[in-house]
Ligand binder design. Structure first.
Ligand code: G3H
Length: 252
């Protein structure tokens, strides 16, 4: 039985004050104290304060991005996975579609970042997903598998034991258009079946979460699907009560 994970990707949102209020709200709602793993992914400059604020709770903290380069070096503007781990982060998003589309992150670079996260002992949350044009061209499966295989080729399928996969159809991100539970389940199954080619035990263990306009109103029906193990939540994670309700939906 896979333990659900609900993660909040705060993207480029928040001031010191609003972030502190949001975390206080999550702690008041006892997010993370139930039967579900809960994590938040603040913008990098707020990681330290959020980590300090959640200390002693079961809410974990991850970063939105890391460098593909390990250790330390002359890489202006980058943050190494080791530095995130040293700070207290447990996980890092890799390959979010906004990184792929707006910052030209290729499958190869994403795989490099995935490997760097693993070397540092972080849980990489590998985001995969197709655009609307790709879905309309019946390319969903091909795109998602291409993104997944780039990581398996570099790191090996065993590496997925330490990872989470997030299926995020690009057309559902921030649009209010959620994939139906059946649409999401179909792609999650494609992902799990592909992993099973390398080992059924790995496939049975890997958590595959769904992202794309998840909210309290639609979370339970998505999380009820057999291959959906929780959610990666954007906009709705900026509201403590809404995010807490999504986390509770994963407990059902
Ligand atoms: O990482 C989160 C996803 O991009 C989903 O964002 P959203 O819930 O605002 O659609």
């Amino acid at each position: 039985m896979r333990r659900p994970l609900v993660a909040g990707n705060w993207k480029m949102h928040g001031s010191r004050e609003s972030v502190a209020q949001l975390v206080q709200g999550l702690l008041s709602e006892q997010v993370g104290e139930g039967n579900v793993d809960c994590a938040v992914f603040p913008v990098a400059i707020h990681l330290s304060s959020v980590l300090a604020q959640v200390a002693g709770s079961k809410l974990s903290v991850g970063a939105q991005v890391c460098a593909a380069q390990s250790g330390q070096g002359a890489f202006t503007g980058e943050v190494a996975a080791e530095q995130l781990q040293d700070l207290g982060c447990k996980a890092v998003l890799v390959g979010h579609s906004e990184r792929r589309q707006l910052f030209a992150e290729t499958d190869a670079l994403v795989a490099g970042k995935f490997a760097a996260a693993l070397r540092a002992g972080l849980t990489p949350v590998l985001c995969v997903g197709e655009s609307l044009a790709e879905r309309e061209a019946q390319q969903t499966e091909a795109i998602v598998l291409q993104q997944l295989r780039a990581v398996i080729e570099l790191c090996g399928a065993e590496a997925l034991r330490q990872a989470v996969v997030a299926y995020e159809p690009v057309w559902a991100i921030g649009t209010g258009l959620t994939a139906t539970p059946e649409q999401a389940q179909a792609v999650h199954k494609v992902i799990r079946d592909e992993i099973a080619v390398h080992g059924s035990e790995i496939a049975a263990q890997v958590r595959i979460v769904y992202g794309g306009s998840v909210k309290a109103a639609n979370a339970a029906e998505l999380f009820a699907m057999p291959d959906i193990d929780g959610g990666l939540v954007g906009g709705a994670s900026l509201d403590a009560k809404e995010f807490a309700a999504i986390c509770r939906a994963a407990e059902q």
